[in-house]
Design a protein around this ligand. Structure first.
Ligand code: ATP
Ligand code: MG
Length: 398
């Protein structure tokens, strides 16, 4: 008898030609997630993925797999020889091994191997009576059982499982191409990155840093946030862009109330260039609607004016509280609330416009050494790569 983890994934997403790519990517992502555990093997068979834990305990592996996008459900399972007596023994063990002893159960058997001498109905009956005989106090409830004991006979083997732990859903990271996340040290943009990963995008990030107006610690915070996102996204490159000259020039040459608008337009221009260089066809930001001065529709449209790239805003419909809840759940919140200044807060003018005009923004901007500034910023980009294995000290499951 072998203990395994059975992984189910989203069939709805698997229409058409995408199926092979989806499955292979999911397999690869699960393997990568489990790479820190030695002796684990992951394979695919009949629309399922099975994780053989080797000598590792099951629960840390389950926890790790439950963070892989594309996974819909996970069950601890037992694999035995497809032989009736062996199946009966395993069924009783599985029921007795439940964390919380169920009061009621039903058996759902499936026979994919027609050479197996019993049909599904007979398997149901035999397994059911064995459990009733061996587990004290348990009853059958076919309508609403606490435990649905599944028995699947496939080839020479039978798989038994009960508990179904929900996975995170979404699509496997990498199946939707690459996006460039504009990552600040705040609460929102890491959550936006997480949600882009959830829809199958792989992530790179760009961060604007105004050293020495902003400290090394504020930069460290963004590096930490990137590292935390590798838990869901695998390897992530962070591009740190020197933004001091640009901010200084905006401050010297542009009207106070438009400084934030113009600063954002510069950020988007540079992010777009970085995205081109890195083959990412879209940008992602942590903007929501109406949250701060630069997040009115007028403001967004003036900022958006500098790019033709799609700008994804996964948080657009969310309240701050909802965003904070996700940040807590994914483990970025504690880092995000550290009090180090961001380049935007350092240069915050007294009263930024909430309804900037496009013409005026363009006119003010014409006073900047535009091309030189953009080129210097892109050339000054520093790339730092983060791998999930750098997370080891943070997570119990390693
Ligand atoms: P966050 O919590 O993500 O900082 P916020 O609510 O503070 O968002 P803003 O400061 O207006 O909102 O920033 C809006 C978006 O602009 C951010 O979510 C992020 O995508 C991008 N952004 C802001 N500052 C930076 C920066 N220094 N580097 C990269 N992107 C940034
Ligand atoms: Mg911010």
């Amino acid at each position: 008898m072998k203990d395994l983890i059975l992984v189910r994934y989203g069939e709805l997403a698997l229409k058409g030609n995408n199926r092979g790519g989806f499955e292979n990517r999911l397999l690869q992502n699960i393997r990568q997630k489990l790479a820190p555990f030695s002796g684990v093997s992951v394979r695919k068979s009949f629309g399922r993925i099975y994780v053989d834990p080797g000598d590792n305990p099951i629960s840390p592996l389950m926890e790790a797999v439950s963070e892989v996008f594309g996974v819909v459900g996970i069950s601890p399972a037992k694999r035995v020889e497809a032989e009736m007596q062996t199946i009966l023994k395993a069924a009783v063990q599985l029921v007795k091994g439940q964390q919380r002893m169920p009061q009621t159960f039903k058996v759902v058997a499936k026979r994919a191997n027609k050479a197996f001498p019993y049909n599904s109905q007979t398997i149901n009956q035999k397994v059911g009576s064995e459990v009733l005989k061996e587990v004290a106090g348990i009853r059958v409830d076919v309508h609403d059982p606490e435990l649905e004991l599944r028995v699947e006979v496939r080839g020479k083997e039978a798989y038994l499982y009960g508990e179904n732990i929900p996975g995170p859903g979404g699509l496997p990271v990498g199946t939707a191409g690459r996006v460039m996340l504009m990552l600040s040290g705040g609460i929102d943009s890491p959550v936006a990155g997480y949600l882009a990963l959830k829809r199958g995008a792989s992530l790179e990030a760009v961060h604007f840093h105004s050293y020495p107006f902003t400290s090394e610690r504020s930069r460290q915070k963004v590096e930490d946030l990137t590292r935390l996102l590798t838990r869901f996204g695998g390897k992530i490159h962070l591009h740190v862009i020197p933004f001091t000259t640009i901010q200084t020039q905006i401050r010297e040459r542009c009207k106070d109330s438009y400084q934030i608008t113009i600063m954002r337009r510069m950020m988007v221009r540079i992010a777009e260039r970085m995205a081109h260089i890195r083959n990412a066809p879209a940008l992602v930001t942590g903007e929501s609607l109406g949250q701060v001065a630069s997040q009115t529709l007028e403001s967004m449209s003036v900022i958006n004016d500098v790019t033709r790239m799609p700008v994804l805003r996964p948080l657009v419909g969310m309240d701050k509280q909802e965003i904070m809840n996700i940040a807590k759940q994914i483990g970025t919140y504690e880092t995000s609330i550290l009090p180090y200044e961001d380049c935007c807060t350092v240069f915050q003018p007294k009263s930024p416009v909430t309804r900037p005009k496009l013409d005026l923004s363009r006119e003010l901007e014409s006073r900047l050494d535009m091309e030189t500034l953009l080129e210097e910023a892109v050339h000054g980009a520093e790339r730092i790569s983060f791998n999930p294995d750098q997370l080891k000290k943070e997570f119990s499951y390693f």
